[in-house]
Design a binder for this molecule. Structure first.
Ligand code: SF4
Length: 104
């Protein structure tokens, strides 16, 4: 698809405006695709998916620790304060098994 779009652009002389494609870019405020960072969330580990890589407790040591076998474990009840939300997101993104779940 990118190649087709590039090839189409490559056939247009540099001094001409791009032809209308029938699509327009919306103007004005756009709905946010990111969840509300202030909303309270809980974090948990899906034990069926966790493989014990240990990235969670390295990336988010305030939220995770390791159990006796090196698998990730949520500290406390899993409540994530707004101050720790970025750390939680880092752990979610860093878990290779996608075993970390953020819940509203
Ligand atoms: S990073 Fe993911 S797979 Fe690894 S220990 Fe933590 S939850 Fe488990």
């Amino acid at each position: 698809m990118y190649y087709v779009q590039w090839a189409r652009l490559a056939t247009i002389p540099a001094d001409r405006e791009l032809p209308a494609t029938g699509t327009t870019r919306p103007v004005g405020p756009q709905p946010s695709s990111t969840p509300n960072q202030e909303a309270p969330v809980k974090i948990r580990i899906d034990k069926d998916l966790c493989s014990g890589h240990g990235r969670c407790y390295v990336l988010a040591p305030s939220l995770f620790t390791d159990d006796d076998e090196g698998y990730g474990e949520v500290i406390g009840d899993g409540e994530v304060s707004s101050e720790l939300r970025a750390e939680a997101d880092r752990a979610v993104g860093g878990c290779p098994e996608r075993a970390i779940v953020l819940e509203d």
